[in-house]
Ligand binder design. Structure first.
Ligand code: GLN
Length: 353
């Protein structure tokens, strides 16, 4: 009886597949014409708009002030942008304003270092462990067995810059800026005032670089590496440009606007897992718990979150929480991710719901 039933159901399933393929065509041909945005572009727009309205009046947090320029940025600025892997753009609010990318740059220097040296070497020279401490902690450099900890805290990011090849600091910098521009799909530039403001006050980062030298965990001149790192943090992006940089990661390393492959496909999982583990510093565990998307924050007020295969959302709002993460950006992304069921750890993301 059981056998007969299973034979019958197999037969019925085969007929079903046949009818389905006649009706909708082969799956590959069908999926080509379908936007990867799920559950549909209109729904995404509606939810992002809802989140924008819900949180625009939120006054939590405070601008970063240890970089004097950042303290002066209008704390009411608020922009949200979504770019999908098929390059649909949806943007709301102050999305033309160019803010400093700050720590979000670290993600793309990690990508460039892997482009040049491969993931194994980067893992060996930098590592990928959470510190549980502030992003600029010298204690973490002393305490962590690798000292560098991971590429997304200041010490690990300065060491990552030191791995990038170039006979002079200028050559390295030009290469980094050119790489970021390819990821964004348009020419990015340095915000000179941010660079000057940070370069005049970055004694803590210089100390980190010398501490790394003590442990042999910096691979070029320490102060020169800090200077190139300070420049990369001072690159200007608007929310749409940042979302497109994220969409390049979501699109497996191919920029959705230019079609150019910028990052190797095999490097993407290493980048996204590092973002999940340390993208929001010592707020990363809470972020994984509530949102479940790889993301990266910067003290300029930006956060970009990646929905692999679908797209990226970038939010810019300067006031930060204690860990250095934009308060409004976290709220908006959490709201959107939960409403649209984007959490990578939710059963539905692997087709179980
Ligand atoms: N440039 C900043 C610094 O070095 C970056 C920190 C950040 O965005 N969290 O402190």
């Amino acid at each position: 009886m059981f056998r007969m039933k299973s034979r019958l159901s197999k037969w019925m399933f085969a007929v079903y597949l046949l009818i389905a393929s006649v009706c909708v065509g082969p799956i590959s041909a069908q999926s080509k014409n379908v936007s990867p945005v799920a559950p549909g572009a209109e729904r995404v727009k509606a939810v992002v708009t809802e989140a924008y309205e819900k949180f625009r009046g939120d006054t939590g947090g405070k601008n970063a002030d240890y970089i004097p320029y950042l303290a002066k940025v209008d704390s009411k600025l608020f922009g949200v942008a979504v770019v999908t892997t098929d390059n649909q753009v949806f943007a709301l609010g102050d999305v033309k304003y160019s803010f400093s990318i700050q720590s979000i740059a670290k993600v793309f220097s990690l990508a460039l270092a892997m482009e040049e040296s491969g993931p194994d070497k980067v893992f060996e020279k930098i590592g990928s462990e959470p510190t549980g401490r502030a992003f600029n902690s010298p204690v973490a450099v002393v305490d962590m067995p690798s000292h560098t900890a991971n590429p997304l805290v200041n010490a690990g990011a300065i060491a990552t810059v030191s791995l990038i090849s170039g006979s002079t600091a200028d050559e390295k910098w030009d290469k980094i800026l050119d790489f970021y521009s390819k990821v964004a799909g348009e020419k990015l530039t340095l915000i000179d005032e941010v660079y000057k403001s940070e370069a005049a006050t970055n004694t803590g980062n210089k100390a980190l670089s010398y501490l790394l030298a003590k442990y042999d965990r910096i691979y070029a001149d320490p102060f020169e590496s800090v200077d190139v790192y300070t420049k990369e943090c001072s690159v200007g992006v608007n929310a749409t440009q940042l979302a497109r940089m994220g969409a390049t990661l979501a699109n497996n390393g191919v920029n959705p606007a230019t079609g150019e492959r910028v990052i190797k496909e095999e490097d993407i999982p290493h980048i996204l897992s590092t973002m999940m583990m340390a993208g929001l510093y010592d707020g990363s565990g809470g972020w994984a718990w509530h949102v479940g998307l790889p993301a990266k924050s910067g003290v300029g007020g930006g956060i970009v979150a990646i929905v692999p295969g679908k797209g990226a959302i970038a939010v810019f709002a300067p006031p930060l929480d204690e860990a250095g993460n934009s308060v409004k950006a976290q709220k908006v992304i959490e709201y959107v991710a939960n409403k649209l069921d984007f959490n990578l750890y939710s059963p539905s993301s692997v087709g179980l719901k």
